[in-house]
Write a protein that binds this ligand. Structure first.
Ligand code: ATP
Ligand code: SF4
Ligand code: MG
Length: 317
């Protein structure tokens, strides 16, 4: 974990009786992107919210979660708030989660700089315009006066990104940042994030249910299922030699650009109800190669750099 910006070790988060995260471990190195993928409800957003200190209340958190040497588990709210915005920032699927619809975007960004960087109002205003230019907003000085509700979805997303990177955070968390956008705008926003990441050297935790998007941006990939890590490793290894049948299943649902199909294939079966966890591997009810032993104990994480939580790595695609 040395040198990592964000790392988790056996992280568990419980909301009431439900363990929404159950033994999650990963390490995100400075300047790298960890792509987090999995179907709806598998714990992607909970992982992000745990890092940001924005989990629903009340919750219980155990295990370790460390940001640049700072233990986040049990960190008081005031300290966590100081990290947010300045040293770690998050962009959401829906920009209105982070933007005030009726305050001009330039003003919102400038305020961020005044609060966290002690910038003077004049300098903050100039920097806000520069940030809007950086995220590809044309005529940024004029656009700075626009309120978010007057902007297009893509422009709002850019404004939220400008606000997130305003204080040059060490860690940017992007939770489905392109899902709500048109396909052409999606590609532009992905390119923008990658370019900003390279130029600023931020680490990025990039969340998507779309393995295609994840494969385009990630250095490392973490595949989550039912609040646990199914597989984690260097992106190229996970994509070319998936070790977990769930990863293989997700890959089979990726659209093949040479075949246009109306309905994408999905993995058969349902994601499990976390209120009623079964003993053993959470994927067992849907796994095409499950054996009796899979239903008995949670499979251990095997491997070094490329780790897989499956007892049958002999059969992976
Ligand atoms: N406020 C809440 N209270 C209780 N349980 C919740 C709450 N929010 C989410 N959950 C549960 O936590 C689990 C993990 O949810 P999470 O939002 O992390 O999923 P996700 O992987 O981000 O899914 P999606 O792709 O739909 O965004 C789910 O089972 C969900 O039902
Ligand atoms: S442990 Fe068993 S059920 Fe789980 S993914 Fe591997 S083979 Fe399938
Ligand atoms: Mg989510």
């Amino acid at each position: 974990m040395a040198g990592s910006v964000l790392s988790a070790e056996a992280l568990r988060v419980s909301l009431g009786p439900v363990d929404v995260l159950d033994g999650v471990s990963f390490s995100l190195a400075r300047g790298e992107t960890l792509g987090v993928v999995g179907e709806s409800g598998c714990g992607k957003s909970m992982t992000a919210l745990a890092a940001m200190g924005l989990l629903p209340q009340p919750h219980r958190l155990s295990g370790r979660l460390v940001f640049d040497g700072i233990e986040l588990a049990g960190l008081d709210e005031a300290s966590h708030r100081r990290l947010r915005g300045k040293r770690m920032a998050m962009i959401f699927q829906e920009p209105m989660t982070a933007l005030n619809p009726v305050i001009p975007i330039g003003r919102q960004i400038a305020e961020m700089l005044e609060v966290h960087e002690n910038a003077s109002p004049t300098r903050a205003r100039a920097q806000a315009v520069e940030l809007l230019r950086q995220v590809g907003i044309a005529s940024p000085a004029e656009r700075a006066h626009a309120t978010p509700h007057l902007l297009s979805g893509g422009m709002r997303q850019r404004a939220m990104i400008a606000m997130a990177i305003a204080c040059r955070p060490d860690l940017l968390i992007a939770d489905e940042p392109t899902t709500a956008l048109d396909v052409s705008v999606q590609a532009q926003i992905l390119d923008l994030l990658l370019e900003l990441q390279r130029s600023q050297g931020m680490a990025m935790l990039f969340i998507s249910h779309n393995l295609g998007v994840i494969s385009a941006v990630s250095d490392q990939i973490m595949v989550m299922y039912a609040g646990r890590v199914a597989e984690i490793g260097p992106a190229a290894d996970v994509l070319t030699r998936p070790g977990h049948p769930y990863t293989s299943g997700l890959m089979a649902t990726m659209p093949d650009p040479s075949h246009r199909v109306a309905v994408l294939p999905t993995i058969e079966g349902q994601v499990p109800d976390l209120h009623h966890r079964l003993p053993g591997c959470a994927f067992a009810p849907r796994c095409p190669v499950a054996e009796a032993r899979c239903h008995q104990a949670i499979p251990p994480m095997l491997g070094q750099h490329h780790q897989v939580a499956c007892v049958r790595q002999d059969v992976a695609a």
